[in-house]
Design a protein around this ligand. Structure first.
Ligand SMILES: Nc1ncnc2c1ncn2[C@@H]1O[C@H](COP(=O)(O)OP(=O)(O)OP(=O)(O)O)[C@@H](O)[C@H]1O
Length: 864
């Protein structure tokens, strides 16, 4: 930290600015470098691998310093932001050569993880959401924005769990809070390791009021105003492309909590964390980045309203029925760039000539796309067609102004077409004439001197010059040439008339470059007026792209149009798990039926390990999701109701919140379902109870099944290895057994992967252990123990009441162990200690007294 010694005016200025941005690295522009000082420098040098120096080596206070060249700053900024830091960019606001006294400097932007707009090609199909929270009692105003696309949404969330779910599914990197957010709520956010930024005082401007126009609740207005204030404070530029905030209700969509979405591998592969091997991966045949992002959003929020689902289905069907037009449409879409982000760049002022050409090229595809869509349309695309607007005015503006091959930079000229602006044409003419004059001068001089290799050149230091090789110097007339520079083999000269022309040419060039920049900015401002139309077009193209992607996948994968029913029944013939089949190949996959008529709510699935129970369960969930996003589904025939929520408890999920045992996570996930599921939900429970002792687990599993059966009535698939549970079908009318078949022959097991009615006859766990390559000796021992246990179970079952008739397992049965310890009777001493422990009044004991007591008991036991 800076000490209290006298500072130079520049360091005083630095500290004044830094004080306003204590949570960001301050990149302080000094000539061609951005410099960091003090702690920023120490930490920055370490992260960015820069050399740490000191600013004033000889002074008493040494100021740590490091810097990056301004032209390479972007990479360094990206690295810092990627690692979860903010960077405040402080620029020189005047030309140092012209400044009187200290050069004026200002922070022009704070780059933060949630506000990056240039996410690069790798993340083109990802949104980068900045989120915000405002709390009132147990309710949260919640909002999110993607600065690169202008999307802005808000909602009221009524519990910390829903909040956590929204934050997780949006994969936000930064959340803005104000002081309404309680410590308790922060403990929900903390483990997610996202950046928490604070914004307390809200400023309402014309821009922010516009964005909040359609939002009426106080809670959402509060959260939007601090989100928008934060954006204005960090971006310090126009946010004109932010769309009007749209209110959404999480309950308007099929609810799949984050754990279930992970279990089902909708967007993320559980093993690799990547897209490969997920439903998103299978479905993504989109051709545009906008379509890619939209597909993800649809997968995250499947629909509930039959009418909306049917509209998507009808559109997919129209696209499916028109193979050739669809292929052409796909070709056209390939040539559409990211309109949404291009519009964002126009608004943010970061667009360059090449971006504008991409915008023009994309818009030029639209009439053809429109035409193709009208030929495909059988009525379903009527409304979408009205929004596919080619914004011809923008094409015309760009076409008239921008050359066909503009440079990256917008400040170096060569951007604007001839004929666009008279004044610019004049300068360009002057430049051209000047150059023609130079060419003529070169020819004349060659003739006059007889030096054939005499040439006219240009460099930044001397301007235009005449170059003559040393061998020819003697041929030059003595007075006319003024020597300027000597090279090894040549001399360079100027003449008064050459200097005069040079002023004209260079003057025209500078003026042309300045004017081109002004014309470019002007054009950018004109295009800004069309941003809303461009955004509407982008959203419609994105929708079309996702729909064509559904059509392509449905065709390639032989999906069928599912029938939506208002009855509480599921009927799937020859269905399959689309991702597993895609990975393993169609030949080897065994399709299966799922039949759950109105009077059957629970399927209890048994079968060996590895036989396909989880796959069967996930297959149903993925089919439900596919149905409710409007896609066709993997089956020969499918009839499904609309589900409101999907709950899963499958596999050993990692514990996101941290520190809980697998069994605890298992119980929490099951509890989520039991608490929130309705009759219209889908529940998948995979081997509930296996995380604890056998009878404990079995008892819990039975109680859960009974609860779902009697209280919730949701369609439920429940897989289990507890064969005892299969007799539940005798008492529970809405439960049926199915099993996944396997054949055992000569001690080897063949999985059939076919789901059939009735319970499995045994578990085959030892066969699977054999498949896993366990030692023979161990397997023989296990087989022997199993046989003994089965005999014991058989004899005790004759006397014991059956488990589902409310018998509770005896405590000594609770933990089955392969290696039962020898039973040794307790000593008197031990019994006495146990007695004392039972008696001890722990509530009124101080921690120290308890510790002393424990110490005493331990000593007594050791004395035994
Ligand atoms: N219908 C099917 N046709 C062909 N192969 C299948 C089918 N279903 C599953 N499989 C294959 O069997 C493997 C195991 O499936 P799955 O994980 O669903 O078994 P499981 O019965 O749930 O096992 P466990 O009880 O050990 O959890 C899958 O990875 C897949 O390769």
């Amino acid at each position: 930290m800076p000490q209290k010694t006298k500072k130079t005016p520049m360091m005083e200025q630095y500290l004044r600015v830094k004080q306003q941005y204590p949570d960001a690295f301050l990149f302080y522009r000094l000539g061609d470098f951005y410099e960091m000082f003090y702690d920023d420098a120490i930490k920055g040098a370490q992260i960015l691998e820069l050399t740490l120096t000191t600013r004033n080596k000889n002074a008493a206070e040494k100021i740590p310093m490091c810097g990056v060249p301004h032209h390479a700053a972007q990479n360094y900024i990206d690295t810092l932001v990627d690692q979860g830091y903010k960077v405040a960019i402080c620029e020189q606001m005047e030309d140092p050569k012209l400044a009187k006294g200290m050069v004026k400097r200002e922070v022009i932007q704070v780059v933060t993880p949630g506000t990056i707009t240039d996410t690069g090609a790798k993340e083109a199909k990802e949104n980068n959401y900045l989120t915000a929270i405002h709390q009132q009692a147990d309710h949260f105003g919640f909002a999110y924005a993607d600065l690169s696309t202008g999307e802005l949404k808000s909602a009221i969330l009524d519990s910390p769990e829903v909040l956590l779910n929204e934050l997780l599914s949006l994969r936000t990197k930064e959340v803005v809070i104000d002081d309404s957010v309680t410590e308790k709520a922060l403990t929900v956010i903390d483990p997610l390791k996202i950046m928490i930024s604070h914004q307390d005082n809200c400023q309402i401007s014309a821009e922010t009021s516009y964005a909040m126009q359609d939002i009426h609740s106080d809670l959402e207005q509060a959260v939007l105003s601090h989100l928008l204030t934060y954006l204005i404070r960090t971006q310090k530029r126009s946010l004109g492309h932010l769309q009007k905030a749209v209110h959404y209700e999480p309950s308007d969509f099929l609810k799949i909590d984050h754990a279930s979405s992970r279990n089902l591998e909708l967007l993320q592969n559980n093993r690799t964390g990547k897209k490969h091997g997920t439903l998103l991966w299978l479905l993504d045949q989109t051709k545009t980045a906008m379509g890619g992002r939209m597909l993800k959003q649809w997968l995250e929020r499947p629909l509930l309203v039959i009418k909306k689902i049917k509209l998507r289905q009808a559109r997919v069907k129209d696209l499916l029925d028109h193979y050739f037009e669809r292929s052409e449409l796909r070709d056209e879409l390939t040539q559409v760039y990211d309109l949404e982000r291009l519009a964002g760049k126009v608004a943010l002022g970061t667009v360059n000539g090449r971006d504008l050409l991409q915008l023009k090229q994309s818009l030029q595809q639209i009439p053809k796309i429109r035409y193709l869509l009208t030929t495909i349309d059988d009525g379903s695309f009527k409304k979408l067609l009205t929004k596919i607007d080619p914004v011809a005015e923008v094409v015309d503006l760009i076409d008239r102004a921008i050359v066909d091959d503009p440079p990256m930079s917008v400040t170096d000229g060569n951007l604007i077409k001839e004929g666009f602006d008279q004044e610019l044409d004049k300068y360009k003419d002057a430049m051209k004439n000047g150059k023609r004059w130079l060419a003529k001068l070169e020819a004349d001089e060659r003739q006059a001197t007889g030096i054939n290799n005499l040439k006219i050149g240009f460099n930044r230091v001397f301007g235009y010059y005449i170059e003559v090789s040393k061998a020819n110097l003697s041929k030059l007339p003595p007075d006319r040439y003024q020597r300027k520079q000597t090279l090894t083999n040549a001399e360079r000269f100027i003449t008064p008339e050459l200097k005069e022309k040079e002023d004209l040419i260079l003057g025209a060039e500078n003026k042309a470059v300045d004017l081109e920049y002004r014309l470019f900015v002007d054009l950018r401002e004109q295009i800004k007026d069309y941003i809303k139309r461009l955004q509407q077009l982008a959203a419609s193209v994105a929708v079309l792209d996702v729909l064509q992607s559904f059509a392509v996948v449905s065709e390639q994968q032989h999906f069928v149009l599912p029938e939506l029913t208002k009855k509480h029944e599921i009927e799937i013939s020859a269905g399959w798990h689309p991702v597993v089949q895609e990975v393993m190949g169609q030949q080897s996959y065994v399709p299966n039926d799922i039949r759950m008529p109105e009077n059957l709510n629970i399927l209890l699935i048994t079968g060996p390990n590895m036989s396909g129970k989880s796959t069967y369960m996930r297959q149903l969930a993925q089919t439900v999701v596919l149905t409710q996003i409007g896609c066709f589904v993997p089956a020969k025939k499918a009839k499904l109701p609309i589900f409101d929520q999907i709950f899963t408890r499958i596999g050993a999920a990692d514990d996101l919140i941290g520190g809980q045992s697998t069994f605890m996570v298992e119980m929490q996930e099951a509890n989520q379902a039991l608490k929130h599921a309705t009759q219209n939900s889908l529940i998948l429970f995979d081997e509930i109870g296996r995380g604890t002792a056998t009878y404990d687990g079995m008892a819990l599993a039975q109680a859960i099944i009974e609860y779902v059966h009697d209280v919730i009535h949701a369609k439920t698939l429940f897989s289990t290895h507890y064969h005892e549970l299969t007799s539940l079908d005798q008492n529970l009318k809405q439960l049926a057994n199915v099993h996944v078949g396997a054949i055992e022959k000569n001690g080897t097991l063949t999985f059939l992967h076919r789901v059939e009615a009735g319970p499995a006859d045994k578990s085959y766990g030892i066969h699977v252990a054999k498949l896993a390559g366990m030692p023979d000796k161990l397997l023989q021992r296990a087989a022997k123990l199993l046989a003994d246990l089965e005999i014991q179970a058989h004899s005790s079952s004759q006397t014991k009441a059956s488990l589902h008739e409310n018998s509770s397992p005896k405590p000594e049965d609770q933990q089955l162990s392969l290696f039962v310890p020898e039973q040794v009777p307790l000593s008197n001493q031990q019994q006495q200690v146990i007695g004392e422990i039972k008696q001890a009044d722990l509530v009124s004991m101080t921690p120290l007294a308890a510790l002393n007591q424990l110490f005493k008991w331990q000593k007594e036991l050791k004395q035994k």
